[in-house]
Design a protein around this ligand. Sequence first.
Ligand SMILES: [Zn+2]
Ligand SMILES: [Zn+2]
Length: 300
Amino acid sequence: MAWNVFKLCTALKGLGLIIIFLVLGVVGVTYYAVVYCNYGPDLAAGGFNSLLGLIVMIVFHALLVMLLWSYYVVVLTDPGAVPPNYRPLVDQERGETEPVEAPEFGLLSTPDPTNTRVRYCRKCNNYKPPRCHHCSVCGRCVLKMDHHCVWVVNCVGAQNYKYFLLFLFYTFLMTSFVTVALFPRLVVFLDDGKIPGSTSSLATTFFAFVLNLAFALSVFGFLIMHVSLVAENITTIEAYEKTTAIWHYDLGRKRNFEQVFGTVPKYWFLPAYSDEDLQKTPALHGLEYPSQTDFNTQEF
Ligand SMILES: [Zn+2]
Ligand SMILES: [Zn+2]
């Protein structure tokens, strides 16, 4: 097969497994530094150190479980594909409410290029639902595509955006917690030059501290950006494309939040949805999105 620039997309796909091993490697180094080099041995020390060690171990393992669970779910959940025979009835993307004439059978392969009200993907040879975009890495259209994320080796879209946000959230909590937990161990060394444990455990502690601090700082900025996007019910791609001041998918902060996280509070921090939300929230499936005209937004 001849070389072409689209091979770059294939290269990004190939990078996938390497990135997963990189993420697991960072988790492994962190686990070794926290559990084996520092707070695990403290459990047998007795007194306050044992109590502190126990608290750190419980919080660390709880955050680790949530982080790995979110990561597993966002990597393996399909962000949402366009059904093969999807046909739009109205052009919600442009805010027009005129019904679009339903195409005859077979028209999908020969759409009218002058009909600008209908969004059509020439690469997939299919109509595009509102908020859908074509991903050149995945080679297909993705429902409510936010971005293609190299870290999760997947597109982030309608059906896995919540899981991606939880992965960011737990990564931030975990890396911040580890940074704070390991800092006093380095201070002991910097203060009196005494090496707590072996030289290799000090080196691992220092390496894990720097890694977690770097991740905490970079993820924090990303997390803040996505919190503001969820609050406005807008994707990363739409934020770049948006040209009008009025965003008709903005239903107010509470409803915008529920469009991503669901309406059942006990599921907000879990990478899952209640059956009730899956049945009653069309936005979670990615084909239909309520707009401001569907709600009386005065209450917000
Ligand atoms: Zn497409
Ligand atoms: Zn993609």
